[in-house]
Design a protein around this ligand. Structure first.
Ligand code: CTP
Ligand code: MG
Length: 227
């Protein structure tokens, strides 16, 4: 039995894609193409096989490109606001929140995440930190930071929708802002399962990341993970 069979109820993919892509400098990032396909199209295609519906939050003046199997809503001024709006645009029991800016999403990560969510209600893809970590002081090596038990958090992140709504509502009430959703659950003292992510799930943030994405796409598009 596939792991997704453990889940009762409907599942929605929520894709915040309403950012302006300031650091990349190529306009709204979701619409930037890598090897002929936009970051948004790649993220949607990676999630479609695993969910009942896909919702994307887009910037004002940027309609959903034709042919994408998703529904669009208007995003907010922050990622958190965009996800808040997406959460209200679905009635699904389980939601997978995934940055449009992470176009290479292996199916194995999605299935592992769905299984973890069915058990704990909240889980995120994350990678154990491989580099040596050091705290710097004015550009000088100060202290070594033990990297054991340190993980770099990625998306997708999966939740029972009611739980994530509660965490978002609490954050809004307290004026708390975060760059991801699992952090909003953790700050309530609730468990978040860490599921092994993938190096290819890096977020396209800077022009250097886009060059890396071009290289990954050449391999990705030639393998079975390709849409
Ligand atoms: N995002 C969003 N709504 C916002 C801001 C961000 O939906 N108001 C989305 C982005 O489209 C992206 C994800 O959140 O898919 C992660 O954000 P980030 O990498 O910071 O993208 P941008 O905000 O577009 O980039 P920058 O911060 O460089 O402007
Ligand atoms: Mg941003």
């Amino acid at each position: 039995m596939s792991s997704v069979c453990f889940l009762a109820g409907r599942t929605a993919a929520l894709i915040p894609a309403a950012g302006s892509g300031t650091r990349l400098g190529r306009g709204p990032k979701a619409f930037v193409e890598v090897a002929g396909q936009s970051l948004l199209a790649r993220s949607v295609a990676a999630l479609v096989p695993w969910v009942d519906e896909v919702l994307v939050a887009l910037p004002e003046g940027f309609p959903l490109p034709p042919g994408l199997p998703a529904q669009a809503i208007l995003g907010g001024a922050t990622r958190q606001e965009s996800v808040w709006r997406l959460l209200h645009a679905t009635t699904a029991d389980v939601v997978l929140v995934h940055d449009a800016a992470r176009p290479f999403l292996p199916g194995a990560v999605v299935t592992a995440l769905l299984e973890a969510v069915s058990e704990t209600g909240a889980a995120t893809a994350a990678l154990p930190v491989a580099d040596t970590l050091v705290r710097g002081e004015r550009g000088r090596w100060a202290d070594l930071v033990p990297r054991e038990d340190l993980w770099a958090v990625q998306t997708p992140q999966g939740f029972r929708r009611a739980l994530l709504l509660r965490a978002h509502a609490a954050a809004r009430a307290e004026g708390f802002g975060a760059t991801d959703d699992a952090g909003l659950i953790a700050r309530l003292g609730l468990p978040v399962r860490l599921v092994p992510g993938d190096a290819r799930l890096f977020k396209v943030t800077t022009p250097g990341d886009l060059a890396l994405a071009q290289a990954v796409a050449a391999v990705w598009d030639a393998t079975c993970d390709a849409p």
